[in-house]
Design a protein around this ligand. Structure first.
Ligand SMILES: [Zn+2]
Length: 326
């Protein structure tokens, strides 16, 4: 079987997935190793293939298709278009709009929008992840300036402060690895990051501290700016303050440039590609921005391979990232 992480171009991808049957065969071989078909309803092994291409479980007597339990279940869109869409979504580092995707894979914008939202569900952040070592924390506000808004959407008595904006809270774990350049023999240090970001109802200490405590292992080093919301951290962490108000950007070897790098990326994804993000879907866009940031060291085809295995339910993105860290 071909490794799904080794397509180096759209041409290679579309040449390989040249029919619906081929797509289904690859899904089957990826889901069920060595031809042992497992019932998605009761988990019984050795289901049998029927003449019509579907499968039958001899234990619970259910019939099912290879797409049951995948994001492609019940789809009317061809699998070739789905795979191409997933590849394009992997290629565009800052995301792809539904208008662009519709043109690229030749579907209506409504269909492209649906595909994008379905694929975005694969990016859901893992709430059980534990960050440790050095973690930079910061909050930011999302939302337009009041002066640019339509009269009816303005909030009276504000200039676009925290009242009308949506706060997002981010945590960046940073660690270093050493690598050897095979040409020069030089040992170089590389910095890696892993991001967690959440929409929050406000940025009070009573909201933020519990989130940090949930995600960051006690005893870690937590780097923040001088905002008073972080005052209580000293009880659980080695709390390092970088005072931005005093134009201080490093304290010893600690900085906040990891989290600031994420905010820059986040704004480019949200404003550069989508222009407008409804509050209803904001969490999914945050998840997408986080996913793109966390996989930035991977190639397009590695990201496609990951997306594919998530789509058919055989892989978790934590595993992908943590195997890189090892
Ligand atoms: Zn069964």
């Amino acid at each position: 079987m071909v490794s799904l992480s080794h397509f180096n171009s759209i041409f290679e991808l579309t040449s390989y997935f040249n029919s619906e049957d081929k797509c289904k065969r690859v899904i089957r071989d990826s889901r069920w190793e060595k031809g042992d078909i497992i019932c998605p309803f009761c988990g019984a092994h050795h289901c049998v293939e029927r003449k019509d291409g579907r499968y039958r479980c001899n234990h619970c007597k259910q019939n099912f298709s290879v797409l049951v339990g995948t994001i492609f279940e019940n789809t009317k869109i061809s699998l070739r278009k789905w795979f191409l869409a997933m590849y394009l979504i992997s290629c565009h580092k800052k995301g792809i709009s539904s208008v662009q995707l519709a043109t690229d894979i030749h579907v209506t914008q409504k269909t492209a929008w649906f595909i994008l939202h379905k694929v975005r569900t694969l990016f859901t952040q893992d709430d059980n992840i534990v960050l440790s070592g050095v973690v930079e924390c910061d909050e930011m506000y999302l939302g337009g300036r009041e002066t640019n808004k339509h009269e009816a959407k303005k909030t009276k008595g504000t200039q676009g402060g925290a009242k009308t904006k949506t706060p997002v809270f981010g945590m960046t774990m940073k660690w270093k690895t050493e690598g050897v350049n095979f040409q020069t023999g030089e040992v170089t240090e590389q910095t890696h990051t892993y991001e967690v970001a959440k929409r929050v109802k406000d940025t009070k200490a009573s909201t933020i501290i519990p989130i940090i405590r949930h995600f960051v292992a006690e005893g870690s080093t937590v780097v923040t700016d001088e905002s008073s919301i972080y005052n209580g951290l000293d009880a659980y962490y080695n709390h390092v303050l970088v005072c931005h108000g005093e134009k201080e950007f490093t304290v010893g070897s600690f900085t906040t440039n990891g989290i600031e790098g994420f905010w820059g990326h986040f704004k480019r994804v949200i404003f550069g590609t989508y222009h407008f993000v409804s509050k209803t879907y904001l969490d999914r866009y945050i998840d997408e921005a986080v996913y793109r940031f966390n996989t930035k060291e991977q190639s397009e085809s590695q990201r496609f391979g990951y997306m594919f295995s998530k789509a058919i339910g055989t892989c978790y993105y934590r595993d992908v990232k943590m195997s890189l860290a090892a």
